[in-house]
Write a protein that binds this ligand. Structure first.
Ligand code: SF4
Ligand code: SF4
Length: 308
């Protein structure tokens, strides 16, 4: 077993799925994304600012980088309780949002730090190191062969379905595998349209796998801008779960819902009244941190209002 395989094995023993890809692939990522934008003008119109945040300057982060490592971390659906008129109202948070962070805040994000530490511990046994980098994780997961696209434009990993979070690291572990897998859609999708049929806004279409971002609830409830008028209800505190929950590939883990926090009536009212973070008690701040809404607190009140 070579060192790459040993490292992957050790990551899998800790519950992750991962794949190395050669550092040379960095030159192929941007042209691939540029093509997605030129083929789909609405992608560049609505998502170009998101694409602009990717960092292709390896040398600024790690001059000795020899490989890119893509890590999938399992993340179940979360449930958060709020209290209104003495009644508890549970809301759902789809996978991935417990790890949501801006690039500048990643260093303070406890769940991301946990992954980085696990990786560092493994790599240090081999005298290697890593550095987290903001690159298109979903695209790299597919190109490395770690994942495949579903018709819902979401990345799926064997054994995890789409209930996971992807992160990308530069490492100085040599990798000579020049794999660059053509975009692969899951076999299961060929006879299935469940995600398309369950999308309330018709953001997914049969003729292409690229999402109409401006029609997707996720695009709007992750943004700080006002909701468009046509959004009258939602199914999650952030994001949207409907095209993932019906997918047969998520069947085994869709009932695995983890309760992460409950806000009492006074705390719920404070959130709904947008009380500034500095006025919360330590225990409420801890709850907000547990649901990962400190950085995106501004979104919490607006999204919660729509749900309630
Ligand atoms: S619901 Fe069906 S079509 Fe959609 S991603 Fe899953 S398997 Fe593919
Ligand atoms: S996240 Fe929701 S709105 Fe967006 S494509 Fe999926 S089902 Fe449709």
């Amino acid at each position: 077993m070579n060192k790459n395989d040993k490292i992957i094995n050790e990551l899998e023993n800790k519950g992750f799925k991962a794949k190395f890809i050669s550092i040379n692939s960095i030159d192929r990522i941007k042209p691939e994304l540029d093509k997605v934008q030129s083929d789909n003008p609405f992608v560049s119109k609505h998502l170009s600012s998101y694409f602009d945040e990717f960092n292709y300057d390896i040398n600024s982060l790690m001059k000795t980088a020899k490989s890119i490592l893509i890590i999938a971390t399992p993340d179940p659906i979360s449930r958060i309780g709020f209290t209104i008129d003495k009644k508890k109202k549970n809301v759902i948070m789809p996978p991935m949002y417990l790890y949501n962070s801006s690039v500048k805040n990643e260093i303070n994000q406890k769940n991301i730090s946990r992954i980085s530490k696990s990786l560092d511990n493994i790599l240090s046994n081999y005298d290697y190191k890593s550095k987290k980098i903001n690159l298109p994780a979903k695209l790299l997961a597919v190109k490395s062969g770690l994942g495949k696209y579903g018709k819902n434009n979401i990345c799926y990993i064997d054994g995890l379905g789409s209930f996971m979070w992807l992160s990308v690291y530069l490492t100085d572990v040599p990798c000579f595998d020049e794999v660059w897998v053509e975009n692969i859609n899951m076999d299961k999708c060929s006879n299935c349209n469940l995600c398309l049929d369950n999308c309330p806004t018709k953001a997914l279409s049969r003729d292409r796998y690229v999402l109409k971002a401006n029609k997707c609830i996720t695009f709007h409830n992750e943004s700080e801008k006002e909701f468009p008028k046509w959004i009258e209800k939602s199914n999650a505190i952030i994001g949207c779960i409907r095209c993932q929950i019906v997918c047969p590939l998520n069947k085994s883990n869709s009932r695995n819902i983890v309760d992460i926090s409950t806000f009492n009536e006074s705390e719920t009212n404070q959130i709904l009244n947008k009380v500034p973070l500095e006025n919360f008690s330590k225990s409420t701040l801890k709850k907000l941190d547990d649901i990962n809404f400190i950085e995106y607190y501004e979104l919490l009140q607006r999204n919660l209002k729509l749900l309630l």
